[in-house]
Design a protein around this ligand. Sequence first.
Ligand code: PEP
Ligand code: MG
Length: 499
Amino acid sequence: MTAYKGTVLSEGVAIGKLHLIQERYETLPSKSVNREREILRKGLCKTILELKELIKSNQENEEYLNFQIMMLEDKTLTEEAEIFLIQGESAIESITKVFQNYQEQLKISSSFYLQQRAVDFSDIEHRIIRNISGNPYKTLQEKFILFAEDLPPSYLIQNKENLLGVITRTGGDSTHGAILCRQLNIPYIVASILAHEDDLIILDTRKQQVMVHPNQKTILHYERIIKEISEEKLYSIPHLGYHFLANVSSNTEINKVLEYGFDGIGLYRTEMIFMNANHPLSYEEQYEIYKEAVDKCKDKPICFRTFDIGDDKQLSYVKSYHKGIDNYKNNKELFITQIKALLMANQYNNMKIMFPMVSDVDEFIYLRDWVYKIKEELNNSNTLKIGIMLETKSALASIKDFKDVDFVSIGTNDLVLDIYHIHRDTQTKAMKKYLNDLVSKLSEVVDFCEENHIELSICGELAAITTALKKFMKIGFKSFSVAAPAIRILNKIYKEVNK
Ligand code: PEP
Ligand code: MG
């Protein structure tokens, strides 16, 4: 047996045979311009049909697949390929070159989010080329663990019924593939392993490990663990005095949140709705989305974070270099539209609005009063709570000024970056360096919120990490907002701390 360490992008344990997908193509010389043009046209048509077929059984991924179809139907793609066809390149070479250009532009982008969208482009590219060369992505009939260079989201969608786990050589936390794996409870590790088709593999994200050719004893051990996990009911246990909340980025995720028995939504990342749409969302479009979300939650609280664009998350039509208040001052119309749509959707008085990256109380008052003004103009008298995400060093240092907030939610991802300069991708690994210090700083926030009757929760990733969560519970945090599958962790630590 050989064990390889890797980076975990989605939690879980899996055992199964390996299936490799490799994107290497023979580049045959061009036959004639007309012939290659026809080959390309057929390849594009086949790819569009394939994606339309996929949508029928994958409504929840319609947005992603439609975006791909739209790209394929856009005549820019064929026009750009035409330039290479005329130069005598084959259909495959032409498509490769067009996508190389797209990828290069994305990779040099300073936006981490956009860099990770590069995988979405290679997904379309490979699907087209596979169709041109008569080697389309297969829907596998048996359960398997995938090993690939990166994870093409459309391949994952196509094979989600039989996909036990994923290993890729490259990949990041905010790629579509990683997000989908977390939603579907498919374990995913980034690791460079040496293995072949049909090799037996064990994937254990608790050990951040991939095992190739495990011995019999290990196999039996893991078969038992997997059976236990599969029989475990994913539902919140009774948690008197505590609030188990969920982080979501879309309305489809809310179904799972309710199914798992969460008490509400602690963080709705509204910018993700913007980022997944390919155009600025109108008032009507936003209203429909927020209303649907609020309707689903009904009597449970739902906390919408105003769009958090800037730094690692850029959008072409939003003038924003950094996350925070300038985001709204520089994009007034967008902010007003979002707030109007939110306020009008607040029909059950269960809404909270939260501002990210606030750095001092004046910023909070400025934004809160702006929301109140819009509310007054709309003649809207529904109950609304307004609060902040505590995720900057300066807000933490001046926490005592924030007596007027309705609630505080700790964003550990950005807070740890701001205080300790540790990037979010390595915060779990580097926890020893900062956790005790962070906990002691946060215990002052707990005291302040208690004294002033301010609701307090944690919505950063650390709330779903066992060691950190235990410490947070011990210093008096009672409300946590995590990704839905982390309900297991909340249950486990709640039981341990409240024995
Ligand atoms: C955070 O910073 O901890 C957080 C929850 O917000 P995001 O990860 O969306 O920046
Ligand atoms: Mg943040």
